[in-house]
Each structure stands twice: as structure tokens, then as C-alpha cells.
Design a binder for this molecule. Structure first.
Ligand SMILES: Nc1ncnc2c1ncn2[C@@H]1O[C@H](COP(=O)(O)OP(=O)(O)O)[C@@H](O)[C@H]1O
Ligand SMILES: O=C(OP(=O)(O)O)[C@H](O)COP(=O)(O)O
Ligand SMILES: [Mg+2]
Length: 401
């Protein structure tokens, strides 16, 4: 990388602003899968071992209204980080102002501080102002003013142009560096997918339909097959005139889905059958149906015929990139599709198998199939954007050597 790295920066006695991606699953105030926190430890340790004062920034979830804030506090993450580092981590429950500035002034060399969820800035006085997500120039400038140098290790957020990554970096010219995780992810993805061994199969699922449906267009030129499962599948069902019941559908993306279907021909593989439920709950009544999904039912997992069909497509693959679970794996009754696909990828011993994304990674770890895969990437949307051949704004903003 022709970019500055953390090793190029002066650290001793410096206030080192760090952007990490700690957007991890939280349930009942406790961190679930901590892969993304663990993945950032090498850079954090390097900074504090070299006498830096680490001031960490991350987003968590999405905040659109005041009521979203309490459940999306980073406090539980500070606790987990403290356990992992085996040292105290100061948590500052605000994103600006005197409390934050005083806490930073009180830091000693080697100390670690975590700032509240950067997306608290997206809602001010009850209004959705998107200061963080809209890269408000004043916000990036303010955060940059709090430190001496900047290290961006948030690969999972690199496809976003937000104040806490791009904003801070552009306000610290010559002093914004990449961390080890950022370097590692780019190197790995580059080696695997710039000239992928073929057949190259992409698997796309999950729930961020409107975010991610756009990448399919570019992926059609790179991949030999694209398998669509999980919450991504039903917008395509709607585009094909298949009934979707109450399944997750992004209505304003149905047109896009139609265009993709026209262009893709048999490159795109959709689920044949689904596990449908009468409510969004693990205890729902369920059944497996092919094709049409009746009103009152929603598809929460792919069915056994879909698994068989997907495995058939995957069996000869030499490169597989997977983002987005095949169903609502957080509920045991809808985890089977994700589990089966994960297990099957584990049997492809001479293929490069890459799983990316906060939730997909949590799924393969939780379901015990992560060990047999080639690479677990912290980025879902970020990996897909990289795969499309697009520049990642978070990386572009890092200073050149
Ligand atoms: N059929 C479905 N209906 C609703 N949500 C789904 C469905 N399939 C998967 N999901 C949800 O998608 C979420 C993950 O999506 P996403 O964030 O795009 O993936 P990743 O974090 O791996 O990039 C999970 O919380 C999962 O429950
Ligand atoms: O979890 C993330 O992406 P992913 O769900 O695609 O893995 C990143 O933290 C980005 O979050 P965002 O999609 O709310 O900007
Ligand atoms: Mg996710």
C-alpha cells in the first residue's frame, strides 16, 4: 500500500485518534460476537505499546431518532474491550463537548478511551440531521482537532464517506494512516479476487437490500454465478411476480431487481423453496413452501431444495465470496440454511472461501463452521464494494506515504 501506515506515525506522547469498526451484535446490553473488536486489537496494542494515547471512535447500528440511542450505546463494547486488553478503558458517553475534551486532557501515555457511538451525531434535538453519516464538514474538523494523528483501522466502514473516517482524515493531511487490519483485509481481498481462480461464485444475502442490491450489477461482470439468498431474495421474487407475503421486500428496488434479472440470465440463482413463518419470532408456526408465499407468512430461511441447488452451483467453485446470512440465523429455527451453506463451503478444500460482514462472520462463528474457511473478513458492504472494483472512500482519504 502506498498509504501511510501506523508504523510511519509518531506515537510517543501523542493523542492518537483511531477509527475502528465496533459495529457488533449487542443483545440485552451485552456484546455477542466480538470478532470485530478482536480484529482491531493488534493496532490498538501497537499504539499504546509505543506510548500513544488511543482515542477510539466507532459507530454502532443506525440511529434515526432519539429513541434509538439508549440501545446503541457503545458502553458494553468498552467493557468487552477492557477485558480483551486486560486494562481499563475510559468510556465517554458523549460525542462532543467539555466532558470529552476533559477526558482526553486527562489521558496518560498508553491509556485507551472510547468515544460514544459516532452516529449519536446523526440525531440532534430529535431531528435526523445526519452529521456523522452525511460527513458534516464541521464535525470532521472538530473531531480532528482533538488529536495529533489519525489511524483508520475500520475496514468494515471503509465504503462509507462519514465524518469519523473521511472527515477526520481530510482534516489531518499527512497524518492519517492505515492500521494493520485495514492493510490485512486489502491485501487478502486483493490477492483473492483481483484475478480470482474460476469458477468464481458470489453469495449474497442478509437484510441491507437497498444498500447492496446495486453491487450485483457490477458483480455480474466479475463473477461466474451469483447466488441470492436471505432477505435479499424476496425483492427479486417480487420482481419476478412471485408472491412474497410479509417477507422483507424493498419496494422501491423492485425495478432495479427487474433490470438485474434481465441482464443476468442464468448467472443469478434464486431460492427454490423457503421456510416461512407466521410471525418474526423463533416460536412462530413454520412450513416449507416452494415459490409463492401467501399473505400472513414471511420467508425467514431458505428451504432444503434451495440448499441443494446452491450446493450444486458451489461444488465446482474455486473462489467463493459470501456476504449476508441465508436467513434469520439469530433465531435457531431459521439458522439451518446459513449453517448448511457454511458447512458446505468448509468441504471445498481446494477453493478459496471468503466470508465477509459483521453478521455473516458472527453466523459462521456461532454455528461453528468458521475454521474451515479461508478468510473471515470484518467487512460486508466494504468487501462487496472492493469486489466491484470501486474505490473505498475510507481508504482513499488516508494520507499517501
Ligand atoms: N429472510 C430474512 N428476513 C429478514 N432478515 C433476514 C433474512 N435473512 C437474513 N436476515 C438478516 O440479515 C441480517 C444481516 O444482514 P447484513 O447486515 O446485510 O449482513 P452482514 O452483516 O453479514 O454484512 C441478519 O441480522 C439476519 O437476521
Ligand atoms: O456492519 C457493517 O456492514 P455489514 O453489515 O455490511 O457487514 C458496517 O459496520 C457498516 O455499517 P452500515 O451499513 O450501517 O454503514
Ligand atoms: Mg450487518
Amino acid at each position: 500500500m502506498a498509504k501511510l501506515t501506523v508504523e510511519d506515525l509518531p506515537l510517543e506522547g501523542k493523542k492518537v485518534l483511531m477509527r475502528v469498526d465496533f459495529n457488533v451484535p449487542i443483545k440485552d446490553g451485552v456484546v455477542g460476537d466480538d470478532n470485530r473488536i478482536v480484529a482491531a486489537l493488534p493496532t490498538i496494542k501497537y499504539v499504546i505499546d509505543h506510548g500513544g494515547r488511543a482515542i477510539l471512535f466507532s459507530h454502532l447500528g443506525r440511529i434515526k431518532k432519539e429513541e434509538d440511542k439508549p440501545g446503541l450505546s457503545l458502553r458494553p463494547v468498552a467493557e468487552r474491550l477492557s477485558n480483551l486488553l486486560n486494562k481499563p478503558v475510559t468510556f465517554v458517553p458523549v460525542t462532543e463537548g467539555k466532558q470529552l475534551e476533559d477526558a482526553i486532557d486527562n489521558m496518560k501515555n498508553g491509556d485507551v478511551l472510547l468515544v460514544q457511538n459516532t452516529r449519536y451525531e446523526d440525531v440532534k434535538d430529535g431531528e435526523y440531521v445526519k452529521r456523522e453519516s452525511g460527513n458534516d464538514p464541521e464535525l470532521g474538523k472538530y473531531w480532528a482537532s482533538l488529536g495529533d494523528v489519525f489511524v483508520n483501522d475500520a475496514f468494515g466502514t471503509a465504503h462509507r464517506k462519514h465524518a469519523s473516517n473521511v472527515g477526520i482524515a481530510t482534516n489531518m493531511p499527512g497524518k492519517a494512516a492505515a492500521g494493520y487490519l485495514m492493510e490485512k483485509e486489502i491485501k487478502f481481498l486483493g490477492d483473492a479476487v483481483d484475478n480470482p481462480e474460476r469458477p468464481f461464485v458470489a453469495i449474497l444475502g442478509g437484510a441491507k437490500v437497498s444498500d447492496k442490491i446495486g453491487v450485483i450489477d457490477n458483480l455480474l461482470e466479475k463473477a461466474d454465478k451469483i447466488i441470492i439468498g436471505g432477505g435479499m431474495a424476496y425483492t427479486f421474487y417480487a420482481a419476478k411476480g412471485i408472491k412474497v407475503g410479509n417477507s422483507l421486500v424493498e419496494k422501491d428496488k423492485i425495478e432495479v431487481a427487474k433490470q438485474i434479472l434481465d441482464k443476468a440470465g442464468d448467472k443469478l440463482v434464486l431460492p427454490i423453496d423457503n421456510v416461512v413463518a407466521d410471525k418474526f419470532n423463533n416460536d412462530a408456526d413454520t412450513k416449507v413452501v416452494e415459490g409463492d408465499i401467501d399473505d400472513g407468512w414471511m420467508a425467514l430461511d431458505i428451504g432444503p431444495k434451495s440448499v441443494e441447488e446452491f450446493e450444486n452451483v458451489l461444488k465446482d467453485a474455486k473462489t467463493v465470496v459470501w456476504n449476508g446470512p441465508m436467513g434469520v440465523f439469530e433465531m435457531p429455527n431459521f439458522a439451518k440454511g446459513t449453517l448448511e451453506i457454511g458447512k458446505f463451503l468448509g468441504t471445498l478444500s481446494d477453493a478459496t472461501t471468503i466470508v465477509g460482514g459483521g453478521d455473516s462472520t458472527a453466523a459462521v462463528k456461532e454455528l461453528g463452521v468458521a475454521d474451515k474457511l479461508t478468510h473471515i473478513s470484518t467487512g460486508g458492504g466494504a468487501s462487496l464494494t472492493y469486489l466491484e472494483g470501486k474505490e473505498l472512500p475510507g481508504i482513499a482519504a488516508i494520507s499517501e506515504k
